[in-house]
Design a protein around this ligand. Structure first.
Ligand code: ZN
Length: 275
C-alpha cells in the first residue's frame, strides 16, 4: 500500500470536492462532473489521468495514473454552466469529430489521395464555446476553493462561454490543427517562450483535433495550424505528416531556445488503458 501511494500520480490530490467556486460563473455552488474530452466526441473508455510533467523523467514508468472507468473527468464547474452553457454545444464538437474521423479513416486507407486537406462544416461559435468551456474546467479542484480573482486573460474566455459571442473579439485568437494521437491533452494556461517572445496558450487536444487559444495578435502557434474565426463555416485539417512533429504543441519537446512555464495541476494528460 505504501509503495502504491508513493507512485500514484499527483493528480490524485486534485479531484475530490462537493461544492466550491465554479470556474466559469464564479458562483459558490455544488459542482458537477464534466467529461473532457466531451462525451460523444470520443469513445468513452477506461482511462488514467496524470499530470503532463509525469509523462517524462526517470520515475515516469513507476507512476500510476488516476483511473476512471468511463472517461476523463473534472469536477470544477457548476451544473448550470456544465449543462446550460457547455453541454448543449458539445453536440457540435461530436458531429465535427465524427465527420472528420470518417474522412481520416478513408484518407489513410486509400493511398491515392490528391490532397492532404479534409473539411467539415462547423458552427464555429458553438464549437469554440464547448472547447473553451472544457479548457477552463480541466484543472484541479484547488482552484474552486478560493474566490476567482479578475484575470485579463481568463475573464473574456469565461464571458464567451457564458454566452457573449463577442467576448474574444479584442482579446484572443484561436488556432487548431490535426492531432493524430489517442492520448488527450489539456492545459489551462502555459506561458510559452520562443525567439524572444512570450505568450500564454491554452489547449485541448484529442483525436482528431488540437484546439488552442492564445492572446490576440501576440500569440505563439505551430506553423501548420489554422486560425479559427468565429464566423467560419468550415474547419480544414491538413493530414500531411509534416505537421506531426509539432502536433503535441506546446508539449512537443522544446526546440532551440524555447521554454515554457506552467502550473503542474493545470496540465493533464489522459489515455485509454486496458479493460
Ligand atoms: Zn457555474
Amino acid at each position: 500500500m505504501g509503495k502504491y501511494s508513493q507512485s500514484i500520480s499527483k493528480r490524485f490530490e486534485h479531484t475530490k470536492i462537493n461544492a466550491g467556486y465554479c470556474l466559469i460563473c464564479g458562483e459558490y455552488r455544488k459542482l458537477s462532473v464534466d467529461h473532457v474530452p466531451p462525451k460523444g466526441a470520443i469513445t468513452i473508455t477506461k482511462v488514467e489521468q496524470r499530470h503532463i510533467s509525469e509523462l517524462t523523467g526517470a520515475d515516469a514508468s513507476r507512476i500510476k495514473g488516476v483511473p476512471s472507468p468511463n472517461g476523463s473527468k473534472f469536477k470544477t464547474i457548476c451544473h448550470e454552466c456544465n449543462n446550460r452553457h457547455i453541454g448543449w454545444c458539445d453536440g457540435e464538437v461530436a458531429n465535427v469529430c465524427k465527420f472528420l474521423t470518417t474522412q481520416i479513416k478513408d484518407y489513410f486507407f486509400y493511398a491515392n489521395n490528391v490532397s492532404t486537406l479534409i473539411f467539415s462544416k462547423v458552427d464555429a461559435v458553438k464549437f469554440a464555446r464547448a472547447m473553451v468551456g472544457h479548457i477552463l474546467s480541466a484543472t484541479s479542484v484547488e482552484e474552486c476553493k478560493i474566490v476567482q480573482g479578475n484575470s485579463e486573460y481568463l475573464d473574456p474566455l469565461k464571458s464567451f462561454v457564458l454566452g457573449n459571442d463577442k467576448a474574444l473579439q479584442n482579446s484572443h485568437d484561436i488556432y487548431y490543427w490535426f492531432y493524430p494521437f489517442n492520448k488527450h491533452l489539456s492545459a489551462k494556461c502555459v506561458s510559452f517562450y520562443n525567439n524572444g517572445h512570450i505568450a500564454p496558450v491554452s489547449l485541448l487536444s484529442f483525436f482528431p483535433i488540437a484546439f488552442m487559444v492564445t492572446k490576440k495578435n501576440e500569440g505563439i502557434y505551430p506553423s501548420h495550424s489554422n486560425k479559427l474565426s468565429l464566423t467560419d463555416k468550415a474547419l480544414v485539417l491538413d493530414l500531411s505528416s509534416r505537421g506531426f512533429e509539432y502536433a503535441e504543441f506546446p508539449f512537443h519537446g522544446l526546440k532551440g531556445n524555447q521554454m515554457m512555464a506552467y502550473t503542474e495541476f493545470q496540465t493533464i494528460v489522459s489515455y485509454p488503458i486496458g479493460q
